[in-house]
Design a protein around this ligand. Sequence first.
Ligand SMILES: [Zn+2]
Length: 433
Amino acid sequence: MILTWRHIGGALLTAAVLLAAFVSPPAAHGAATPGNSPFLSEIHAWTNEIYTRVAIYTGDEVSWQAAALRADPPQGLPPRIFIDVRGVGIKSDILHNPVGVHNGLLRQVRAGRYSSDTVRVVIDLERSSTFRVFALPDPYRIIIDIDGEGVIPVPQDNAAQEPQGSVGSTPPLPAPESPPASFPHPEAAFRNPAPPQLASLRRPRVRVMIDPGHGGKDPGAVGPSGLREKDVVLAIGRLVRDRLARDEGFDVWMTRDSDVYIPLEERTAMANRSHADVFVSLHINASRNRKARGVSTFVFSRGASNMEDLELAARENGVPVARLKGIKFIVDDLFNGARKNESLRLAKTMNDAICRNVSARFGGQENLGLKQAPFFVLVGARMTSVLVESSFISNPRDEALLRDTAYLERIADGIVEALRYYGQNGNVGRPEL
Ligand SMILES: [Zn+2]
């Protein structure tokens, strides 16, 4: 894996510091055979006026490099970010159909053959912005997060030059008529009914994105009698949503409100795009040890304190443990500091509240406590964010409890209680980016 920053000088060094990448070991492609060689098959963008996430799918692991380019007014070119991807094919309709955005931050995303073995993806910006790039495996995709806040101008005298004949030297194409992003607008589908307009003016409403894990083709963990994690967490998510919807202190959305598959990076993008203050990813644990039980709540970290938690993160990430261990997480400045502390506090409060609520009705549930592990779905989240593993679906007794709506209601009560406490005591507000 190559990640280089060419010709970055002056003020853009700050942007390099903001770069938070986690990259896999060097790509080890042998003689790729047609049919399984890397192929640039999809480009997605989720965006608002201050934030954009672009995902480039190549299927198999590839080497790539990213850099920024200053605006070139004589050529009619705006500031750009480009990603050169080596040794890939490209789908012809991506070549011919740039993803148009035009929202004040991003103009469009386009791609083309830069050289015989390199495809260049160019992100045309409306203005210079900070960005960071990282990759997720299985399927391999390169993710670019662009921040419209904390804008750092590209230096005029030391920026990378775009070579002649490159994709980037093509004048910007007109925007397509269809919207580019598959992200459903929060107002559209999953939002709670509008609460009465009597909300207190004293305290800002807390914006919560509930993320029921898995869905569609991904069942998540499956219990001994066949109960599926994806169904349980959707039920819990709806209970949490309905409770918060009755509370004038909250706006609440769900990443999914049906049995659909949503990639992990899209879930985070939905939370970021919605300006959520809190992101809660809902999961149910599983273990080879059928007697294992308990509730734990996680915050993102680059590593895990034990193999059990690493295995859990690998399973939730949909990658083998060996692959997860090979990923080098470079410091994510956007999540360190205050926001991580807020997440740790919320995770502790939430785990205790779930255990208390569940135990009061169903006997002692084990409190496995606050934990940290590298969950992909939390990477790049710009807000207080936690991942809850409420019970073990692999434990026959807990699986039976998870079939009981009353049990799920107690879990939801605990989550809501913690969110209410956070709303009253947490540092809610726009992140200081
Ligand atoms: Zn899960």
